[in-house]
Design a protein around this ligand. Structure first.
Ligand code: PGA
Length: 256
């Protein structure tokens, strides 16, 4: 991380875990543990139905609430879906876009990700855009090329002014939920490559202010080393965000 130029952001991604009552409990446990997080922004990306509870529980704290997805159209006949403006109206600040689980299970493409990025920005939500490669792609040596395509596609048509609202999360698919973390060098290398892509599109000054997180089995034990990389400006944390002490320890590592 490099706090001189950009914000460090630690975001929890609860995925499909925690009922509203469990959410309240976890947040009550978490709040006192991370009240001193001055140097980094903390976000909890919770299931849709937990959002009102989370917002209420976090009202007097600096922890922001995020969603894990949103629809790519503003409104309409999309039974079961949730729009960007609904999230904004509730008080949501961030939204995860293009998580690998959504790309894999719901066939979300780079084009759809770009559509969602535009709508999130228009609505005033900060997108956390996920990019990452499979193990097969890593073994084939195409990681950096592939991620460059994902980043370029996500940013297609996005103005330099709006770019500042976007957070990227590099999440190697082989490291998500597997307990197998990328080495800090691997995370740093891809982070640097994402920044180079942004620099080529928007110039050095804009690129240097973008927060680029790492995600994939990040935990209390490896957070410090990962965050020591210049281009790892935070984390998107799944499993370890479901336990108050583990998540707080990661926030602490980012706060040092
Ligand atoms: P993990 O998930 O920390 O459980 O690997 C990260 C993510 O999918 O965002």
């Amino acid at each position: 991380m490099n706090r001189r130029y950009r914000k460090t952001i630690i975001a929890g991604n609860w995925k499909m875990n925690k009922t509203p009552s469990e959410a309240r409990q976890l947040i009550d446990e978490l709040k006192p543990l991370i009240s001193k997080a001055k140097w980094c922004e903390v976000v909890l990306c919770v299931p849709y139905v937990d959002i009102p509870v989370a917002l209420r529980a976090l009202k007097d704290s600096r922890i922001a609430v995020g969603a894990q997805n949103m629809h790519h159209e503003e409104s309409g006949a999309y039974t079961g879906d949730v729009s960007a403006s609904m999230l904004k109206d509730l008080g949501v600040k961030y939204v995860i876009i293009g998580h690998s689980e959504r790309r894999a299970y719901y066939h979300e493409t780079d084009t759809l990700v770009n559509q969602k990025v535009h709508l999130a920005l228009k609505t005033g939500l900060r997108p956390i855009v996920c990019v990452g490669e499979t193990l097969e792609q890593r073994d084939q040596g195409v990681t950096l090329d592939l991620i460059t395509v994902q980043v370029k596609a996500a940013l297609s048509g996005v103005s330099a002014e709006k770019l500042r609202q976007i957070v990227f999360a590099y999440e190697p698919i082989w490291a998500i939920g597997t307990g197998r973390t990328a080495t800090s060098e691997q995370a740093g290398e891809v982070g640097a490559s994402i920044r180079t892509t942004i620099r080529k599109m928007y110039g050095a000054r804009a690129a240097r202010s973008v927060t680029i997180q790492y995600g994939g089995s990040m935990n209390a034990a490896n957070a410090h080393d990962l965050l020591a990389q210049l281009d790892v400006d935070g984390g998107l944390i799944g499993g370890a965000s479901l336990k108050a002490a583990d998540f707080a320890a990661i926030v602490q590592a980012a706060n040092q």
